[in-house]
Write a new protein. Sequence first.
Length: 214
Amino acid sequence: MQLQLNQIDIQPGQRVLLRDISWDDFEQLLSERGDECGSRIAYYKGMLEIMVPLAGHESGKEIIGDLVKALLEELEIEFAPLGSTTFKRRVMASGVEPDACFYIQNEAAIRGKDRIDLNFDPPPDLAVEIDITSSSEIKKNSYEALGVPELWIYDGRSLQINMLQNRQYVETNQSQIFPNLPIVEVIPQYVAQSKVEGRNAAVKAFRAWVAEYL
C-alpha cells in the first residue's frame, strides 16, 4: 500500500482515520512529510490519524505551553520543551506528535540530543493536547503505550489531567509534576484571560500568581 499525504483530502479542523495501516506505511508518511508542520499524525496498532489544526487549536497550545514554561521558570526547574516532536516505537506499534511536550524530570537524560529514540531514551514527562473539535483516542492510546507519565487535554474550556497508572491513564484533579498547585483551575483561567487582555498580560499575571501562591 502506497500512502501519500497529498492524496488524502483533509481540511483544517478535520481528522481523518485510516485503518489497517502498516508500520512501514506510517514511516513512509512521516518521511514524505519531512519537516512540514501543517498536520499532526498519530499511529496506534494499525490505525492512523491525520489532523490539520485550526488557528484556535494552535493558539491554545501556544498559550498553555507558555504558561507551563513560565511556571517551570518561576519554580526554577530545568526543562526542555520539544513542541510537536514525533515520538514513536515500533515494538509498541505506536507513534504520536504532541501539540506540546516537555522533558522535566528526565530533562538531563536528553539534554544536548538532536534526536530522541524511545528504544533508548525516556518519553517526555508531560504532553499537552488541544481537543477543541473532537477528542482523539488514537493519540491517548499512543501516549499510554509510549509511557508518557502525564497528559493534559484542553477542550477550549476546561483542562483534564491524566496520570499513567499500570499502563493506563486515570483522570485526576492533581498534577504529579506540580503537586501543590491547582493546575486544573488556573490554567483555563489564564488561557481565558489571554483572549481578553493578550498573551503578555496573561503570562505576567500568571507569574505574579505563582509567586504569591508559593
